[in-house]
Design a protein around this ligand. Structure first.
Ligand SMILES: Nc1ncnc2c1ncn2[C@@H]1O[C@H](COP(=O)(O)OP(=O)(O)OP(=O)(O)O)[C@@H](O)[C@H]1O
Length: 867
């Protein structure tokens, strides 16, 4: 039960008819901006006088024709919100919520306008708990039932009788004078008796009969208060009566879980149980309804994993270290994230504690008015009985009931971590370790192939076999409201709306801290679910296709591919021991030397991550498991845990064909470019050109090329053509463009290729073809070109370079503007082994490959490669 504290002086504000403010109800006061300024000054003065940070409490005095005060009673009220109205101009609506009746001093001047803070003899005219018993004599419920529409009947039972009298006279359009008089009746019994007389008259005037009550009234002794309070919290009263037998188990489960579910879920279950009790159990609808109730009962509305208040960052780091090799930057960033999370949470908890403390101290300096019959859980119900026009204005500032109940829980509003990198580099497993460090449950949702909004937001219950969306399903699976949820392959939830809706929009709503405390899943209908306590982490292979609004919510951490030495370390420390264990060889083990593992890495796997490597190691372990089983059965051949290089060949067979190994031969017209696949893996890509006799300088393109890459080829040819003279291509009377077409092909025709980064490679290939000079196959190039010959930066450079390194390339020509990325992000071992040449123009690139004398050297045969 919250206590309300009133300062001993309050500014006074006149409230003309027809409005009248009772404790716990709302009223809207419309005032011009000049009056608002006076009011705010008076409030500030009062706050300073009482050394309060803010006191939005004022006294609302009912007045008639502005000069005549009615009686000696007013209402202490809290300002809930101030909003500017569209018309009349310069006018504000102030929404007030009554706190308690206050008696005004005899000497008070007429309240003609807003008055500065004046001392008021404040008494506790709200109800002490022990006074409740007096109400049993004057039961207003039957009268209220007769007078109010049926949909409100059940709610009347939930309203404490002490409030009912005020509430009824407010909603039943009783004369203002009568209402003002009732404000001056602080004694509850007297007030209820008066209201009883008024309502009885109204009932008989309208020719209605008072209903007989079944109302569980609040009972007399303080000892029974908690039970009564539970009753108040209960959404719609027990529906058990008259339920069919097969609904009884559900109902009793409902009763047991009453305190664990949100009030809106409780209301929905009550409604559904009632509805089901009226329809035949054989109908399909009956089954649908039962499943719906089961879902509502099984969700973790309020249950959370308790997380330690002091997160041990060193321990978190050691969990990350224990489960992952390398990934230094990623680990550091994850620990930073945890540190910030912990700090924010601590700060929040300290603030909450300080507020509580402040309340306690204010109690000693200010008179406390006990608000016996009002608590947050009745607020929502009450609201519905408040006149509509007032309610509308109030709703904007309303916090939902469930939110009030759990408002002291910390909800992280920070960005979502997005781990980006090629497959198999440990993104998922880092997220899992983060959940372990936080002591939270972990749930992974794969967004791959999610094209339908219903997969995120659920299907409406009208569909047969309808289910909630992936998020709600996930919550039920983990059984707590605060898990770490990993949204895997987030790039797949593309931001395209189609006739199935827009999954990324639904996802955004779920991730938005401003909305996700009341996420609406279609299956759950009008029952909102709180996702704000979940911690979301996303992973993606590439940022290219991720929806921009989603990306905007995220903070990106890049996990790049591994080089051989890193893979070796991962294999030795994690993959091999894991596979040995999984294949039942823990007792005898499998020994693989560094050279052997390296052979598996370089000859049998061609990937940025370590997934295939793990698969190959698993194959080796399986073979060793067969050997071990055979050895156990025969005494002749003992088991040998050692795996040699030859064993690898025997077990894994012929080394895999790898398109990503550099060419051994050097040929004019062939250049090695760099590619970056949608999976996030980098590699090399050959650019082949040849001259086709009988043409006229046209460009023929093949190899599944997209629009952008085709334009790059055209651009490359144009550049070479325009520099033909200086490159020595047009010599004497031979003009290759008049007698030949140029065919440019990118092998692996089944793979779609696009992007601008092959531009410089195309220029080199065409120039090489026409000048007859070769580009060494150990050299790779990447960079976009412009028509004027500038080389501009490209994306995915780190993965491309790592892919080139794997393929055996030792020199890379790349755009100057990518220099910082290369220097900052690449492992030292790669930087040591490779030669990087940064160029700003095409000329620089050509000179780098063929030397400065390319512009004058015309001695070489010009055409070497012909069909
Ligand atoms: N640095 C590492 N240390 C230890 N194990 C690792 C490391 N990187 C990857 N692994 C292991 O590789 C396997 C694949 O990792 P994981 O599933 O996390 O990859 P991912 O990056 O999420 O891939 P995808 O993008 O395909 O989902 C896991 O078994 C993981 O433990």
């Amino acid at each position: 039960m919250p206590d309300i504290f009133l300062p001993s002086t309050l500014p006074l504000v006149p409230l003309p008819p027809p409005q009248l403010l009772y404790p716990h109800l709302q009223a809207t006061l419309q005032i011009p901006s000049s009056h608002l300024a006076v009011l705010l000054n008076a409030i500030a003065e009062n706050a300073t006088r009482h050394k309060l940070d803010s006191s939005r409490i004022i006294a609302i005095v009912p007045v008639v024709e502005i000069e005549r005060r009615v009686g000696r009673w007013a209402t202490a009220a809290r300002i809930k919100s101030v909003t500017k109205v569209a018309s009349p101009p310069d006018t504000f609506n102030i929404i007030l919520e009554g706190i308690a009746r206050i008696r005004l001093p005899r000497s008070l001047p007429p309240v003609l306008s807003i008055l500065p803070p004046l001392p008021l003899p404040i008494s506790t005219y709200s109800l002490p708990v022990s006074d409740l018993h007096i109400l049993e004599n004057v039961d207003l419920v039957p009268l209220a039932t007769a007078l109010l529409p049926p949909q409100l009947h059940e709610k009347i039972n939930l309203i404490p009788p002490t409030l009912l009298a005020d509430l009824l006279v407010s909603v039943l359009q009783i004369d203002w004078d009568v209402r003002a008089e009732l404000l001056g009746v602080p004694d509850v019994q007297e007030r209820c008796a008066k209201v009883y007389t008024i309502l009885s008259k109204l009932v008989s005037d309208r020719g209605l009969a008072p209903a007989t009550t079944t109302k569980p009234l609040l009972t007399s002794t303080p000892a029974t208060i908690p039970r009564s309070r539970a009753l108040i919290r209960r959404p719609l009263g027990p529906p058990t009566m008259g339920l069919p037998e097969d609904l009884q188990p559900l109902d009793s489960l409902f009763q047991r879980r009453l305190n664990e579910i949100s009030s809106s879920a409780g209301q929905a279950i009550t409604r559904e149980l009632k509805r089901l009790s009226k329809i035949p159990p054989q109908s399909a609808e009956y089954g649908v309804g039962k499943t719906y109730i089961e879902w509502l009962l099984s969700l973790p509305w309020k249950k959370v994993t308790e997380t330690p208040h002091d997160l041990d960052l060193a321990k978190a780091r050691s969990i990350l270290d224990d489960e992952h090799e390398g990934l230094e930057k990623v680990k550091r960033r994850v620990v930073e994230y945890l540190a910030v999370y912990q700090l924010k949470r601590k700060l929040f908890e300290e603030e909450t504690a300080a507020k509580l403390q402040e309340k306690k101290t204010t109690k000693t300096t200010h008179q406390a008015v006990q608000n016996a019959a009002f608590d947050a859980s009745t607020a929502g119900e009450l609201l519905e009985l408040i006149p509509k026009d007032e309610r509308k204005a109030l709703e904007e500032t309303q916090t939902p009931m469930d939110d009030i109940l759990t408002k002291d829980v910390y909800r992280d509003k920070g960005p979502i971590l997005l781990l980006v990198g090629p497959p198999g580099v440990g993104k998922t497993s880092i997220a899992r370790s983060l959940a372990t460090s936080l002591g939270r449950k972990f749930h992974r949702i794969s967004l791959g192939g999610v094209r339908d909004e219903a997969e995120i937001r659920g299907h409406r219950r009208t569909y047969i076999g309808a289910l909630p969306g992936l998020l709600v399903q996930g919550l039920r699976k983990v059984g707590v409201a605060n898990p770490v949820i990993l949204l895997d392959t987030a790039e797949s939830a593309v931001g395209t709306s189609n006739f199935h809706g827009d999954p990324s929009a639904a996802l955004l709503e779920a991730l938005d801290p401003a909305q996700n405390w009341s996420f609406h899943d279609h299956y759950l209908g009008d029952v909102p679910i709180d996702l704000s306590q979940c911690m979301f982490i996303a992973t993606a292979n590439t940022l290219d296709t991720i929806s921009p609004p989603l990306l905007d919510r995220c903070e990106t951490i890049t996990c790049s591919g591994y080089v051989t030495s890193e893979k070796l370390a991962i294999a030795k420390r994690f993959l091999l021991p894991k596979q040995v264990k999984e294949n039942g060889l823990l007792a005898v083990g499998v020994q693989m030397g560094d050279g052997v593992i390296e052979k598996v890495i370089t000859e049998f796997t061609f990937e940025a991550g370590v997934r295939s490597l793990e698969r190959e190691i698993s194959r080796i372990c399986r073979t060793k498991a067969v050997e071990y089983s055979t050895a156990r059965q025969s005494t002749h051949s003992p088991y040998n845990p050692e795996v040699t290089s030859n064993d690898v060949d025997t077990i894994l067979g012929v080394a895999h064909f790898d398109p990503d190994v550099r060419e051994e031969t050097h040929r004019p017209g062939v250049v090695t470019g760099l590619a970056w696949q949608a999976s996030g893996t980098g590699g090399i890509m050959l650019i082949e050109t040849t001259l086709v006799p009988g043409g006229n300088g046209q460009l023929v393109l093949t190899g599944s090329l997209g629009g952008v890459i085709s334009e790059s080829a055209q651009l490359g040819l144009t550049w070479v053509k325009s520099h033909s003279a200086s490159l020595g291509i047009l010599l004497g009377d031979t003009d290759p463009y008049k007698s030949h077409d140029i065919h440019l092909h990118l092998p692996a025709g089944s793979v779609k290729k696009d992007g601008p980064s092959a531009g410089i490679g195309m220029v080199l290939a065409i120039a090489s073809l026409l000048t007859g000079r070769v580009v060494p196959s150990t050299t790779a190039v990447t960079g976009e070109i412009t028509l004027r010959g500038a080389v501009t930066p490209v994306g995915g450079i780190k993965e491309k370079v790592l892919g080139a390194h794997r393929a055996g390339i030792r020199k890379i020509i790349l755009p100057k503007k990518n220099l910082r990325e290369v220097m900052a992000d690449l492992p030292e071992s790669v930087k040591d082994e490779m030669d990087f040449v940064f160029v700003g123009t095409i000329e620089e690139a050509l000179e780098e490959v063929w030397g400065k004398d390319i512009w004058t050297d015309t001695s070489r045969p010009r055409l070497e490669a012909k069909l």
